[in-house]
Write a protein that binds this ligand. Sequence first.
Ligand code: ZN
Length: 373
Amino acid sequence: MFRKIKGQDRAIDIIQRALRQNKVANSYLFYGPEGVGKFTTALYLGMAMNCHSTMDKRPCGVCPSCKKFLSFSHPDLIYVFPFPKEAGKSDVTVDGEIRSDKTLQEYEDYIENKIKTPWKEYFFTKNIGVRIASIRMLEHRIQLSPNEGNYKICIIEHADTLTIQAANAFLKTLEEPPEDTIIILTTSKPNSLLPTIISRCQQLQFYPVPKGKIEEELLGYEALEIFEAKMLARISNGNMEKALRLMEGGKIEIREQTLQFLTFVINNSDLKFIELSNQFRTSKNLTKLQEMISQLIIWLSDIAYFKHQQSEITNLDKTEILEILYERNPNVEDYAPELINFMEEMLQRLSGHVNPQLVIIEIYNRFTDIFSV
Ligand SMILES: [Zn+2]
């Protein structure tokens, strides 16, 4: 099953070797960018340690133990992740019981999402963090013997959100975990962890997934055109989860609108552009606009590649539009870097309180300055 994790050959090799040689460490820190397979690797490692199949097949994914891991119902899987705190209450008892109904509901929804559509982001209603109550629960549970497996597997996801209090409480356990326990911390922000935590773990780095691997994965999912897979791989910047999310979320429609935008620029169709921009009067379609801007950035780099590096072009099926844009202003070295910076700045501004329609109008004006006749 480890082969399902793409683009992390080094980390997977190290883990498989440790498994074969029976040298799995008691505590690991998996660090690297979001959406590249840290959690899945942690889960598979836990499964492999408890799998009923022969060593070369572990984790098999089909034995009773693996199945329980995959549905997060294995009694020896202790999974801690950031979730909201109810004011004035301790969230979790040491036995792992969640007292508030609302928190419990969100907790269950989070896990359900993790099982069914792990690439989707789950948004909690309140600020989240790994709470000291969760750490106390974890510490209590790892003192007990495994229920039915050989090893207790603790996964602490987004370990950078451990409160200082929780992190300190956890240090001693991390230093001397019980023999039959494996603790895996995951984070995309290792610099936010206490050095004392980092130094107690065996560290394993994860990397952005190469574009080619993302393309391959996407093409395996559904009938995508090659240019779409290429485009999504490019936009997602090494983040496999993001690529899958985008694949699901109306990318074709957004691409159509991006093309419309460019056609309006080419033809000076100001009125039609204003009509298009009206959907961004409120922040309702904010994600869509962010996506459009990301796609426009790719168009700009396509224009830059147009003359000399056609193999790098993403919008391969639209070379006629690329050609027009290029011919309108072939001094691409002069404007592309600055325009891309400007677009990235616009993306940043969108995460603050700014009127999205004004942003797209500003972008349109820049584009018409450069590409209109
Ligand atoms: Zn198994």
